[in-house]
Design a protein around this ligand. Structure first.
Ligand SMILES: C[S@@+](CC[C@H](N)C(=O)[O-])C[C@H]1O[C@@H](n2cnc3c(N)ncnc32)[C@H](O)[C@@H]1O
Length: 240
């Protein structure tokens, strides 16, 4: 796994990322140079007076499309600044992003992300650049910026040294090595409105606590996400 991952984000609205990058774990990861995030305003590649990035679709229909002759040169220039990296283009029609995909991206040194807006991109953007088309779910956002934030945040959690406790993401739901849902967690007070913390967690017996957590993970996966227990062969895949 590389020690620093560089995310290049190509967007029409770089200021959307300001708050996101200046708080909490992300702020720390940037300061510690565990990740680098470079924001590129695609409008800088528009050479006309109005910095036009979009145009009406041929054949008519609603909405505007991002222009191929603006987007392609922009991506090419950014990719050629150093090793091209992995190029992701956000679209609701792409491969669905999940933890496994994030683990795969966490092995990259550079991830270049192309955020759409309006009705999306002229189809030739994908034909020419051959990006990996990525969706964050079966719903429609206004643009790819939120999707880029989802990818940055999910991937950066997997970089060694970003989270205070190295074990934090080992037992997270969906993670390799866990694959099922995380167990229930409790903190003080021990009792609240008649609801108590399970006695075993107060026992100090680490072996029994681990066993309880494993059982609790399996139980809640059966209840909430039974699909996770069914592998391609139809067998259960318990925590390993
Ligand atoms: C309004 S959407 C365009 C949707 C497009 N007309 C369609 O139905 O496939 C504008 C942009 O938002 C982004 N976007 C919207 N929903 C997304 C999703 N579920 N996952 C990733 N990106 C999404 C994409 O970059 C897309 O080009």
């Amino acid at each position: 796994m590389p020690s620093v991952i560089c995310f290049d984000v190509l967007t029409l609205f770089p200021s959307i990322f300001e708050g996101f990058l200046s708080e909490s774990v992300l702020k720390g990861a940037l300061a510690a140079q565990k990740i680098e995030v470079r924001l590129h305003n695609m409008r800088d590649w528009a050479d006309d007076k109005h910095a036009t990035m979009d145009d009406r679709p041929f054949g008519g229909g609603p909405g505007m499309l991002l222009k191929v002759d603006r987007v392609v040169p922009c991506v090419e220039e950014i990719q050629h600044q150093q090793q091209p990296g992995r190029l992701l283009m956000f679209t609701p029609q792409g491969r669905c992003f999940n933890q496994r995909f994030a683990e795969e991206l966490a092995t990259e040194q550079r991830i270049v992300m192309l955020c759409g807006r309006y009705e999306g991109f002229d189809e030739r953007v994908a034909e020419i650049l051959k990006p990996e088309e990525v969706s964050i779910g079966d719903y429609i956002l206004n643009g790819g910026e939120v999707a880029a934030m989802v990818v940055i945040e999910t991937v950066m959690r997997l970089i060694r040294g970003v989270l205070g406790d190295e074990d934090s993401n080992r037992f997270d739901s969906f993670s390799t090595g866990n694959r099922i849902l995380d167990c229930a967690h409790y903190t003080r007070p021990r009792e609240y409105r008649g609801f108590s913390v399970p006695e075993i967690l107060l026992s100090g017996n680490h072996a029994e606590i681990a066993q309880w957590r494993n059982n609790n993970s399996l139980q809640r996966t059966k209840e909430k996400r039974p699909d996770l227990l069914v592998t391609a062969s139809g067998n259960s895949s318990p925590k390993n």
